[in-house]
Write a protein that binds this ligand. Structure first.
Ligand code: ADE
Length: 229
């Protein structure tokens, strides 16, 4: 059973409308949709914005639906200057860019006293997403590090700094939380994000204009992945 997560309605709309035998279920006070996509059993949910929401939904997917693989689909702000709006990033890993314990001598993005602060995506899921991406959006898909934080980044200097400090491909608000929970439960994950904006001074305007189009690009890759399994 695949778990598929999006943060906002726009990010799950197409998957929701394409599901067969869709049943709405409530678990731990949270709404999930079970059914199938391209004849593969899936459970879909909209987790809401931010790392805490994403973490809770991921744990419920694992505990209550016995999900063994998680796909996160949605939009992000481009950090790598080579990426354009509509391009897609497939996660090789995720980290939390907003954890900052530098005052105690830890590097930015490092969670103290933990074996890891950057979680690798499942290699098989990454390869499947890459293959699917090459079919539906040739030349517009890049593998890279996803930077997550409880912040909408909309500043040219800040996004440049994220690129310099972490070497990230894109920034969003949930992926690393999903990744951490998956790692704690030995469950594979991949994050697939299409760029709605460039996390700069135009990000708010671009996000409003391009979120639906970018969500559509992520959806197309998830759909193609499930077709090919
Ligand atoms: N999701 C889409 N664009 C984003 C941005 N600029 N910052 C954080 N999350 C985002």
């Amino acid at each position: 059973m695949f778990g598929i997560i999006g943060a906002m309605q726009e990010e799950i709309d197409l998957l929701h409308s394409q599901m067969d035998d869709r049943v709405e279920m409530n678990r731990s006070g949270i709404v999930f949709y079970t059914g199938s996509l391209n004849e593969k059993p899936v459970v879909l949910c909209k987790c809401g914005v931010g790392k805490v929401n994403a973490a809770v939904y991921t744990q419920v997917l694992i505990d209550r639906f016995n999900v063994k693989q998680v796909i996160f689909t949605g939009v992000a702000g481009a950090v790598d200057p080579e990426l354009n709006i509509g391009d897609v990033v497939i996660s090789t890993s995720c980290l939390q860019h907003d954890i900052d314990v530098t005052a105690l001598g830890f590097a930015r993005g490092v969670i103290p006293y933990q074996p890891s602060s950057e979680w690798k995506a499942d290699e098989q899921l990454v390869a499947m997403a890459k293959e699917a991406g090459e079919i539906v959006l040739p030349g517009r898909v890049k593998l890279g590090k996803v930077l997550s934080g409880d912040q909408f980044i909309a500043d040219r200097n800040q996004v440049q700094e994220l690129f310099e400090v972490f070497g990230g491909a894109c920034t969003e608000m949930e992926g690393a939380a999903v990744a951490q929970v998956c790692a704690m439960n030995d469950v594979g994950y991949v994050v697939i994000r299409s760029m709605s904006d460039k996390a700069d001074g135009s990000a708010s305007v671009n996000f409003a204009e391009f979120t639906i189009e970018a969500s559509n690009n992520s959806y197309r890759i998830v759909n193609e992945m499930l077709k090919r399994i």
